[in-house]
Write a protein that binds this ligand. Structure first.
Ligand SMILES: [Ca+2]
Ligand SMILES: [Ca+2]
Length: 213
């Protein structure tokens, strides 16, 4: 093979590798409101897994996270005016949310409203991305009165563990309920056996709001 042919062969081999290297250099980072002031769930592949191997969805998520939370919509309680001063004497379901407190005596309503003066706190309430908690009930942001604060999305997800990467997503840090912060979707690279190890990195980023219930 003469020198010219050798150079041509090298160029043909190297050029695609340079292209691949360039394509893999920068993550697909974007910033867009998601699940923010308008409430709702984050658009995109959250919790749905992705191609290749690895864990999917909320598998391995923090214990206080609902594994199906990422697929659910969320409401947003207003920051002010959530709680009423008092109901009329002898009222049952004072906040008119369809539930009465355990002490309520009126008929035909389910009980266990843990705060009958706040219409945004009641059993069956789904995730809410409200920022403030205006209720004596504890724990705070237990919108559905089950005595436990459950978070909608996983958190402290740094996308740095190749064994827990593919299809994973979550907040970069651990935001409070109703707080809007950076949310990562991880990108898994299986590597090439004997050449490059599998790796995990942040594939895309949005701003999102933690919902709780
Ligand atoms: Ca009520
Ligand atoms: Ca709860």
């Amino acid at each position: 093979m003469n020198a010219r042919r050798k150079m041509l062969l090298v160029a043909l081999v190297v050029a695609p590798l340079v292209g691949i290297g360039a394509a893999c250099t920068f993550p697909d980072v974007s910033f867009a409101p998601a699940g923010g002031a308008e409430g709702g769930k984050i658009d995109g592949p959250v919790g749905e897994g992705g191609p290749g191997t690895g864990e999917t969805g909320a598998v391995g998520a923090n214990e206080d996270v609902d594994p199906t939370g990422a697929m659910m919509d969320a409401t947003t309680a207003p920051e002010t005016g959530q709680r009423i001063e008092a109901g009329p004497d002898g009222c049952c379901d004072c906040d008119n949310d369809g539930f009465k407190p355990d002490s309520g005596t009126c008929a035909n309503l389910p009980s266990q409203d843990c705060d009958d003066l706040n219409p945004f706190v009641f059993p069956t309430h789904g995730f809410d991305q409200g920022k403030t908690w205006d209720s004596p009930h504890t724990p705070d942001f237990d919108w559905n009165c089950d005595g436990v604060r459950t978070k909608q999305y996983d958190y402290n997800q740094k996308c740095n563990d190749p064994n827990n990467c593919n299809g994973k997503s979550g907040f970069n840090d651990d935001p409070n309920c109703g707080e809007t912060v950076v949310f990562n979707t991880c990108q898994y690279n299986p590597g090439v056996l004997g050449v490059a190890l599998a790796s995990c990195k942040v594939g895309s980023t949005v701003m999102a709001t933690q919902g709780c219930k």
